[in-house]
Design a protein around this ligand. Structure first.
Ligand code: QAP
Ligand code: CO
Length: 168
C-alpha cells in the first residue's frame, strides 16, 4: 500500500474527465487500497481517483465519525430525489486550507459498483449526499471552487500558486 501524491488546484490535470472502469482486477483493488490510505493519511472524508492523477471513475468515501467505514464507489452516478438544497462549508484535499459554502440537493440515490463489480444502490442525505456529489464532480473535472465567485476563486488560485512556488 502507498500514500499517493494529491494534485492541487489549479493543476490542469484536475480538469480531466475520468473514463469508466471496465476491468475489476487486482490492479483496481490495489489502487482502491492506496486511495483509502491516501484519504486517511490526509484526514479527508472523500477522495476521487482524479485527485491522484488516475482518470478512472473511482471514489473512496468515509463519512463515519470513527473513520472505520471506508466505501469504494466504482462508476458512480446519482439521481436527485429531493430538489431542496442544503448549504455546507466544503473543503477539498486538492484545495488545502480553503472552505466555501456550496448548495447542493439534499437527498440522492447513488448507484455504483463495488470493487468486485457488483452493482449497488444507496439512498443518501446529509454529509454522504454532499460528499458523493462533490466527488463525482471531480470525475467530471469539476471542483467546488467552480461554484463560488470568480473573485474568491482567483484569490484561492493566487494563494495556492504562491504556496506551490515556495515549496518547489
Ligand atoms: C469533500 O473533502 C467534501 O483543506 C472531501 O487542509 C468536503 O475530505 C465532502 C481536507 C465537505 C463533503 C463536505 C481539506 C483536509 C479534507 C483541507 C475533504 C485540509 C485538510 C477535505
Ligand atoms: Co475534493
Amino acid at each position: 500500500m502507498a500514500v499517493l501524491p494529491i494534485l492541487e488546484f489549479p493543476d490542469p490535470r484536475l480538469r480531466t474527465v475520468a473514463k469508466p472502469v471496465t476491468l475489476f482486477d487486482a490492479e483496481l483493488k490495489s489502487l482502491v487500497a492506496d486511495m483509502r490510505e491516501t484519504m486517511y493519511a490526509a484526514e479527508g472524508i472523500g477522495l476521487a481517483a482524479s485527485q491522484v492523477d488516475v482518470h478512472r471513475r473511482i471514489l473512496v468515501i468515509d463519512v463515519s465519525e470513527t473513520k472505520d467505514s471506508p466505501r469504494a464507489f466504482i462508476n458512480p452516478t446519482f439521481e436527485v430525489i429531493d430538489e431542496e438544497l442544503q448549504d455546507y462549508d466544503e473543503g477539498c484535499l486538492s484545495v488545502p486550507g480553503f472552505y466555501e459554502t456550496v448548495s447542493r440537493p439534499r437527498r440522492v440515490i447513488i448507484r455504483a459498483q463495488d470493487e468486485e463489480g457488483v452493482p449497488f444502490e444507496l439512498e443518501a442525505d446529509g454529509l454522504l449526499a454532499i460528499c458523493i456529489q462533490h466527488e463525482i464532480d471531480h470525475l467530471d473535472g469539476k471542483l467546488f471552487v467552480d461554484y463560488i465567485s470568480k473573485l474568491k476563486r482567483d484569490r484561492i488560485r493566487s494563494k495556492l500558486t504562491k504556496a506551490h512556488k515556495k515549496s518547489a
